[in-house]
Design a protein around this ligand. Structure first.
Ligand code: FES
Length: 575
């Protein structure tokens, strides 16, 4: 096979090749690590960017998996180096892991830029790590391949399968309603997460790893393999091997990521009933490629793509079932007419070629299109005087009866206000009310926390109320469900119209018309706007201050404005 690059063309050769004092220093330090000159000089140096951490259970196996990647790199004639990257744990990173996605992207980009590496295998999976790693790799634009951590095994309680997040919300509501016991609750806590791997519902992690595969950033089928399946180990070896080939062939993200790749990713996101978070992450990823994804593009694609993955929270099954049903390749093979089959991918082949031979093995889990879970429009983009720059609603996880609804607002000025009042007996709320949460957006949260599925007020639970229209500038966990309007842009903290909503105002939601409106006269809104006082910044120093100064709004992907573009950053000079 002829390669585009020769050993002396390798980026790492700039560090290890020259016969000068710096070259001596770089080589001698590799020898200090126990490597021979022929191990690392003139061979592709592959960074294994690993988001493993002992405080991130979704990535618990990635330390071990890095060794499998190394096997593949060595076998293909490369030199592997494992590099740690910020392990943004969805469970533990506070106040919101979303704050740190951009930091992980910078960590990835700058590690790759500053070190003597020629290519990368990126390892992540827990919600923010997929977009964070990919954003950094796109900006650096070295040959790079993504190895998703894979979903954990199904949860189990009393013989019932349990789904991450989805069953937590469901049983918490039942616990609040007094319909399950303390022992039941502990049993669920013990059984809901029982192996390494990311959340095994179609949450943000499973959505974003599927999106990564649809973009062409993984080897075919990689995103569906459960974390603990031995297929995952073999996939890791394959990724190591492929990364070395990519370096010789100079096959970079900019060579295969196009607008068509993004349209494929959006179509797949819709077909799997994916998390609304994908809207934000895809906008940010596209921005790093110098592409602009309009909110309307999401809506247009959603209107023609049916939701066929019968996976919680929209459906019944879990990611382990999805893998046994044929996984993402099987699902994509059923929607070939909705994809750009000539889009290229990380293995150098087209999407169409990568789908050859794929088939659905269980039509209950991956449904035929004529039996789709939702015919089209699993997620809708709304506009109106309450969200001039857009908002989203996951219709596949909402109550059909509430998709057209007008009701009086019950307004919470921030999360603490909601937490303090939502369960009070004197809350002025009925099942027809519209719950509004302000100051939960990119700056208001900060970090747009996943507060968008506001809890149903306790006083309504005995009457059987389990869903209501809820509106916020927050995000919602991909494992959550309900009639929740999210990502209202611009956010209330910067004076978006959501900041002007007052108790009792009528709000109208009409998903079919894609409208979200505050039914208050324009003059009254103008008066409220004139009286609105801009809140003081929440952080005066550190990363948070940088975040507050440079983060963009939800419809632009919440990236930093100085990263949201395709401008070359110079290679480091080696002195
Ligand atoms: Fe890591 Fe859900 S907590 S994917």
């Amino acid at each position: 096979m002829s390669h585009k690059k020769k050993p002396e063309d390798l980026r790492s050769f700039r560090w290890f090749g020259p016969d000068n004092m710096r070259g001596f220093s770089h080589r001698s330090r590799m020898k200090q690590l126990g490597f021979r000159q022929e191990d690392f000089t003139g061979r592709p140096v592959i960074a294994i960017v690993n988001t493993w951490s002992e405080i991130n259970p979704c990535h618990a196996h990635l330390r071990e998996r890095a060794e499998a990647v190394k096997k593949g790199v060595w076998k293909a004639g490369g030199f592997p180096v494992e590099i740690p990257a910020f392990s943004v744990s969805e469970t533990y990173a506070k106040p919101s892991p979303m704050l740190y996605r951009n930091l992980l992207s910078m960590d990835t980009e700058e590690s790759l830029r500053s070190l003597p590496v020629d290519g990368a295998v990126l390892m992540g999976g827990c919600d923010k790590t997929t977009p964070g790693l990919l954003m950094g790799a796109i900006s650096m634009d070295l040959p790079a391949i993504y190895l998703p951590a894979g979903p954990m095994l199904r949860g189990n309680w009393n013989g019932q399968p349990l789904g991450s997040g989805t069953d937590l919300w469901k049983f918490w509501t039942e616990r609040c309603a007094g319909t399950i016991t303390e022992d039941d609750w502990i049993g669920i806590e013990n059984g809901i997460a029982r192996s390494p791997g990311f959340c095994m519902t179609m949450g943000t992690a499973a959505t974003m790893t599927a999106v990564a595969e649809a973009l062409g950033f993984t080897l075919p089928g990689a995103s569906s393999i459960p974390a603990t399946d031995s297929n995952h180990v073999r996939m890791a070896i394959n990724c190591g091997e492929r990364a070395v080939e990519m370096v010789w062939d100079d096959w970079k993200p900019s060579d295969f990521l196009t607008l068509q790749s993004f349209e494929n990713a959006i179509a797949v996101d819709m077909a799997i009933g994916g998390s609304t978070n994908a809207f934000i992450h895809l906008a940010a990823l596209a921005g790093r490629c110098g592409l602009k994804l309009e909110m309307n593009t999401f809506d247009e694609i959603a209107r023609r793509v049916p939701v066929v993955a019968d996976i919680r929270p929209s459906g019944r099954f879990l990611m382990e079932d999805f893998f046994y049903a044929g996984g993402l390749r099987a699902l994509m093979s059923e929607m070939k007419d909705l994809l750009h089959l000539d889009a290229l991918t990380v293995n150098g082949a087209t999407v169409g070629a990568n789908l050859e031979g794929a088939r659905v093995l269980n039509p209950e889990v991956i449904r035929p299109r004529e039996k789709a879970l939702v015919e089209s429009g699993g997620t809708a983009v709304l506009y109106g005087n309450l969200c001039p720059d857009g908002a989203v609603i996951k219709t596949s996880a909402a109550s059909p009866a509430l998709l057209r609804h007008t009701g009086p607002a019950v307004v919470f000025k921030d999360y603490n206000d909601m937490d303090a009042r939502i369960n009070r007996d004197d809350l002025n709320v009925t099942a027809d009310s519209v719950l509004v949460l302000q100051n939960a957006g990119p700056l208001g949260g900060p970090g747009m926390p996943e507060w968008g599925m506001l809890p149903i007020p306790k006083k309504l639970l005995p009457a059987g109320v389990r869903d209501m229209v809820r509106i916020s500038d927050a995000r919602m966990s991909g494992t959550a469900y309900g009639t929740c309007v999210l990502h209202v842009s611009p956010e209330s903290f910067v004076g978006g119209p959501l900041a002007l909503v007052r108790e009792g105002d009528l709000i109208s939601l009409d998903v079919e018309k894609r409208r979200l409106d505050l039914l208050v006269p324009d003059e009254e809104l103008a008066a409220r706007r004139a009286a609105w006082v801009k809140p003081a910044p929440k952080y005066a120093r550190g990363y948070m201050a940088l975040y507050a100064e440079r983060v963009t709004q939800a419809h632009r992907g919440c990236d930093f404005d100085f990263l949201d573009q395709k401008l070359p950053t110079p290679e480091p000079e080696i002195h």
